[in-house]
Design a protein around this ligand. Structure first.
Ligand code: DSN
Length: 441
């Protein structure tokens, strides 16, 4: 059944198979998760919640949704789960809506400090519809708790977010709980990046310390794209109406009918998370990340915070030149290694910051590689290729003149495609990657 779309899907499958996916928020799902996601459950409308739907025919959908909720609570030790958010950003919007209210003050980690767009950035709903205040990281890339505490006292937020997308340390939930208590705020942990590590026992759990947890299900949790909102015993004690408020914010507050195929696939992924093999996976993700960081640093690559405590690391390219993040992303992609360009905390201070589109760093991690069965030995090999590829970026500084940047990147892309060293690495990477089949393929 040839069609343009199926041909493109097949080509993308080959790309994923032949390369090394190192964007730390990506992963490979199992065949079972894919099966549930591609099932006929997508045909059904189910506005409402189990036992209280607006349409008929939802007896079996109710069972699926209840099962997904039960599994989520079992994994995270929570008391209530809303499994309907379409993805992470709507989940966070619903929490802001429920607990801060329109125009309410929310305090979250600044974007270049490693925070998420939805934790209070001016260009997202969180900065448009809420009064967003940001805390930052200190010179080592760690949360500046003195500043966070000061901001909490000064602005009296209704809701504080802990979590981020480019943070290399373990989250210190207990310290945030103290700050939230001191100003009477709700505390929400967005654990999207580290949820799988928490579930597998390789990162401390926020459950004893926060009121609400949000997480996407497609990162370290290895599920389909989607998200859940969880209520902790602490959150329920603080506000017995909290589950109702969250449910109402998701539907009808923000969304329409839930994506039942997605809910079923989340439940399938959660069943996999509860297997003993997932514990090993989570622990190997961190081991791989640490050895990769160590090898890169041994090769004179600078990392924010000099390493990592989780699944990701941030390469600081400022010692190699000006604004090299985009060029590094292009060079590595040409070599078959997919990472993402990344703003660095404090590059402003050094006078070297450019813009989020042309930043000075890259972010990479090990969740997807670990799902393919790669271990320490393989990380050492991969670190070698990364070092070689980054060597090719030196001397290709971003123009200071903003208007010439787009054309410069286009011309750098053309040049990279002809770079013999990058093409040689790509061949080696392909041979290597084929030996590690991806789950679900
Ligand atoms: N896009 C996600 C990430 O890469 O971390 C966050 O939403």
């Amino acid at each position: 059944m040839p069609s343009k779309i199926f041909d493109l899907i097949e080509a993308e499958k080959q790309r994923q198979k032949n390369g090394l996916e190192m964007i730390p928020s990506e992963n490979y799902v199992s065949e079972d998760v894919l099966k549930a996601l591609g099932s006929i459950l997508t045909d059904k409308y189910s506005e409402g919640y189990p036992g209280r739907r607006y349409y008929a025919g939802n007896r079996l959908i109710d069972e699926i949704e209840i099962e997904a909720q039960k599994l989520a609570n079992k994994i995270f030790g929570t008391i209530y789960a809303n499994v309907q958010p379409y993805s992470g950003s709507p989940a966070n919007f619903a929490v802001d809506l429920a607990l801060a209210g329109p125009g309410g003050t929310v305090l979250g980690l600044d974007l270049p400090s490693g925070g998420h767009l939805t934790h209070g950035t001016k260009v997202s709903f969180s900065g448009v519809f809420f009064n967003a205040v940001n805390y930052h990281v200190d010179k080592d890339g760690r949360v500046d708790f003195t500043e966070a505490e000061k901001l909490a006292q000064e602005h009296k937020p209704k809701l504080i977010w802990v979590g981020g997308t480019a943070y290399v340390y373990r989250y210190e939930f207990k310290k945030f709980a103290k700050i939230a208590q001191s100003c009477g705020a709700f505390l929400a942990a967005d654990i999207s990046h580290v949820a799988g590590l928490i579930a597998g026992g390789s990162h401390p759990s926020p459950t004893p310390y926060v009121d609400v947890i949000t997480t996407t299900t497609h990162k370290t949790l290895r599920g389909p794209r989607g998200a859940v909102i969880l209520i902790t015993p602490k959150g329920f004690k603080k506000d017995s109406e909290i589950t109702k408020r969250i449910d109402q914010a998701v539907f009808p507050g923000l969304q329409g009918g839930p994506h039942n195929h997605q809910t079923a696939a989340i439940a399938v992924a959660f069943q996999e998370v509860l297997k003993p093999s997932f514990k090993k996976y989570a622990s190997q993700v961190v081991k791989n990340s640490k050895i990769l960081a160590q090898e890169l640093m041994a090769g004179d690559i600078k990392l924010v915070g000099n390493g990592t405590e989780n699944h990701l690391m941030l390469i600081d390219l400022t010692s190699l030149g000006y604004g090299l993040g985009y060029q590094a992303q292009v060079a590595l992609e040409t070599a078959g290694i997919t990472v993402n360009k990344q703003s660095l905390p404090f590059s402003d201070e050094k006078g070297k910051n450019t813009s989020p589109f042309y930043p000075s760093g890259i972010r990479l991690g090990t969740p997807a590689l670990t799902s393919r069965g790669m271990k320490e030995k393989e990380m050492i090999k991969i670190a070698g290729w990364i070092k070689q590829a980054l060597g090719e970026v030196k001397g290709h500084d971003l123009p200071k003149e903003k208007t010439s940047r787009a054309e410069f990147i286009q011309s750098y892309k053309r040049e990279a495609l002809k770079n013999k060293n990058l093409l040689r690495i790509k061949k080696e990477v392909e041979e290597f990657a084929k030996k590690f089949p991806a789950p679900g393929f």
